[in-house]
Design a binder for this molecule. Structure first.
Ligand SMILES: [Zn+2]
Length: 335
């Protein structure tokens, strides 16, 4: 079994020699440096953060100092999205418009540069290696048509290590997908849990070693239905558009998911008081982007409930893990 696959990637990302063993100290030192850069970048280039952070002349001496900064909410994003931008419109390569189900009718719009999107491709490239290899044929049952869509970035990430991808999109015709899986010798797939569950209930596919569930909350029943029908390993991904789609991914140990700590700094807070909670305690997931250029997020409240798993992961990685989002507290869609 391949171990610690995400750790060598992290080491490479922070510019250290490949044989250096990743430690929490190295991760935190890197995160502190990137957080300082992000604060400077955001204050200098965005109207919103200039105003928002004007009273917080924070010198980040340690990660804990982040707690002194104000939160950003999805309402801020709806109301002041364009003021959060740190680059010129010309430098934007993709804009994702999200639903209008908030407190106002304004949609949320998230902007990325080409470079921002490549960071997601890189995460998918390395995150997916925890579950498939170059011999796999990976069926994508997520939207992929537009350049920069989740299916497109995922496909590009996977193809970087030589696995073949078959792009389909959200399932409209279940028989068609079952036939396609057979015809293409599909060994792994990603999709929305409810759709894959329905596929597994109706079609007994063989040779599907790996199923990655994304987009929405995954219940125990869904996992068991798929596992019992196809005898596959079920992996899960947690992410949201604001995180740059990718946020955290399960490893072969299949207990929670490892967070994308090289691009995102996560905190768990008490949703009532805003106070940061210790590892092991459930609260709201808050994140800060570390490498984003177009639209950085500083202490963005996701509304998702989870906790950091205290125990070390069986896979040996020192990268933090979040417990499955939605198992405790509110159950809600992730994208
Ligand atoms: Zn692990």
């Amino acid at each position: 079994m391949i171990k610690r696959i995400l750790d060598p990637w992290f080491i490479k990302k922070i510019g250290l020699n490949e044989d250096v063993l990743l430690t929490r100290e190295l991760i935190e030192e890197y995160q502190l440096k990137k957080l300082r850069e992000t604060l400077l970048w955001a204050k200098k280039n965005s109207k919103f953060y200039k105003e928002r952070l004007k009273d917080s002349n924070i010198e980040l001496l340690e990660l804990k100092d982040m707690q002194k900064l104000p939160f950003v909410t999805s309402d801020n994003l709806r109301e002041e999205g364009t003021n959060m931008l740190c680059v010129k419109q010309n430098d934007i390569s993709r804009i994702v418009t999200l639903d209008t189900s908030g407190t106002t009718d304004k949609p949320k719009r998230v902007y990325y540069t080409e470079e921002d999107q490549e960071l997601t491709v890189d995460f998918f490239n390395h995150g997916m290696r925890t579950m498939i290899d170059e011999n796999d044929v990976f069926l994508i049952l997520l939207p992929h048509e537009r350049p920069g869509s989740v299916g497109d970035l995922l496909s590009r990430g996977i193809e970087k290590f030589g696995a073949r991808t078959v792009r389909y999109g959200l399932i409209k015709d279940f028989k068609e997908v079952a036939d396609l899986a057979l015809k293409e010798d599909v060994t792994a797939m990603v999709g929305a849990p409810s759709q894959i569950e329905k596929l597994a209930q109706n079609y007994k596919l063989t040779g599907i070693n790996t199923v990655l569930l994304s987009v929405e909350y995954v219940s125990k029943k869904t996992r068991e239905t798929i596992k019992n029908s196809w005898d596959s390993n079920i992996y899960e991904h947690y992410g949201m558009t604001e995180m740059g789609l990718g946020g955290a991914v399960s490893c072969w140990a299949l207990e929670g998911y490892h967070v994308r700590e090289c691009d995102l700094f996560f905190e768990i807070i008490n949703p009532e008081t805003g106070e940061v909670l210790p590892d092991g305690e459930y609260g709201e997931v808050v994140f800060t982007t570390l490498t984003r250029k177009a639209m950085p997020f500083i202490r963005y409240r996701t509304g998702d409930i989870s906790c950091f798993i205290k125990e070390p992961c069986k896979c040996g990685s020192v990268i933090k893990r979040l417990a499955r989002v939605g198992d405790r507290g509110m159950e809600k869609g992730i994208f």
